[in-house]
Design a protein around this ligand. Structure first.
Ligand SMILES: [Ca+2]
Ligand SMILES: [Ca+2]
Ligand SMILES: [Ca+2]
Ligand SMILES: [Ca+2]
Length: 297
């Protein structure tokens, strides 16, 4: 039997074209559906990023790009009102940045962007006594003689006692937000003699000086983002009246401090935070009065 060559009628050709068209449609649907299903997997893939974000514990309430200032009382303020450091003692702490109110300027950290700060959190404000403040109240309110209103003074959680004329250190926490290796300077001021200013250098009976600028430009290096606990260098205390309150200032900044009174540079620091603490006086513990026998035993 003679072999007949394969040929297609016009009808058969149109069927082939229809099948080919349907195959292409099916292939397109499969590809489209596949890409749609793959999309969530793409966004969920870098799980390590989520882990890093949790580890950082970056504060969400921070107004990134806004400055930070201290909240110790300052009598050179925008209201021209004298503030008290302690009852009956005028405050001379440099906290207000605006130098038209009087020098020296208080430390101001621009934090654009926020790079590192003291403790787990930070709150921002435009100025110490006027303008916007994310806490809803200015750091100091001179008209009400009301300082110490800045939230998140949280780097020194247990200052402890400062026995008179002893050697000791202090431990503080730092949070680094981003970037590679970075360096910062830590400074600590304590109003040992309670005269409403930092910068004095009282003398201990043993002949050693106790500068109120207790920690002077401790250089600290951070290998990367994270939370760090740091111990200060040893300093000499001076605390004749431990039952009295005492103002303490801690500064973390990108540039070294240059004055002994707790002030900052004329143009501010680029990064960091200033935390001011009004430490409560230590109430001396009174030995319990011995309970006498009542004679009925
Ligand atoms: Ca803080
Ligand atoms: Ca603040
Ligand atoms: Ca404070
Ligand atoms: Ca002093």
């Amino acid at each position: 039997m003679k072999h007949q060559p394969l040929t297609h009628t016009p009808l058969e050709n149109s069927r082939v074209l229809i099948r080919l068209f349907l195959f292409m449609v099916a292939l397109f649907v499969v590809l489209f559906a596949g890409s749609a299903l793959a999309a969530p997997a793409t966004t969920a893939a870098p799980a390590s990023l989520n882990v890093a974000a949790v580890e950082l514990a970056v504060p969400t309430a921070v107004l990134v790009g806004d400055p930070d200032l201290g909240d110790a009382p300052d009598s050179t303020n925008h209201f021209g009102v004298v503030m008290e450091a302690y009852p009956g003692t005028q405050a001379h702490f440099p906290t207000v940045f605006d130098q038209t109110t009087g020098s020296p300027p208080g430390p101001k950290h621009l934090n654009r962007p926020l790079h590192y700060h003291l403790g787990p959190n930070i709150s921002s404000e435009r100025e110490a006594d006027i303008g916007g403040d994310m806490d809803g109240i200015n750091n100091i309110v001179p008209s009400a003689n009301n300082p110490n209103n800045d939230n998140f003074d949280d780097s020194i959680t247990s200052p402890g006692a400062f026995p008179h004329c002893q050697l000791r250190t202090i431990t503080y926490n730092v949070t680094v937000i981003a970037g590679g290796t970075s360096t910062a300077y830590f400074n600590l001021y304590l109003d040992w003699n309670r005269n409403g200013q930092w910068g004095d250098t009282p003398l201990c009976p043993n002949g050693s000086f106790a500068p109120e600028w207790a920690v002077q430009n401790q250089l600290v290096t951070f290998p990367g983002p994270g939370s760090y606990t740091i111990t200060s260098p040893v300093f000499t205390t001076f605390n004749q009246n431990p039952q009295q309150q005492m103002w303490l200032r801690a500064i973390l900044s990108d540039a070294p401090a240059t004055t002994n009174n707790g002030s900052g540079p004329l143009n501010g620091y680029q990064f960091g935070e200033t935390e001011d603490y009004r430490l409560p006086g230590i109430i001396p513990t009174v030995p319990p009065t011995p309970v006498g026998h009542d004679g009925h035993d």
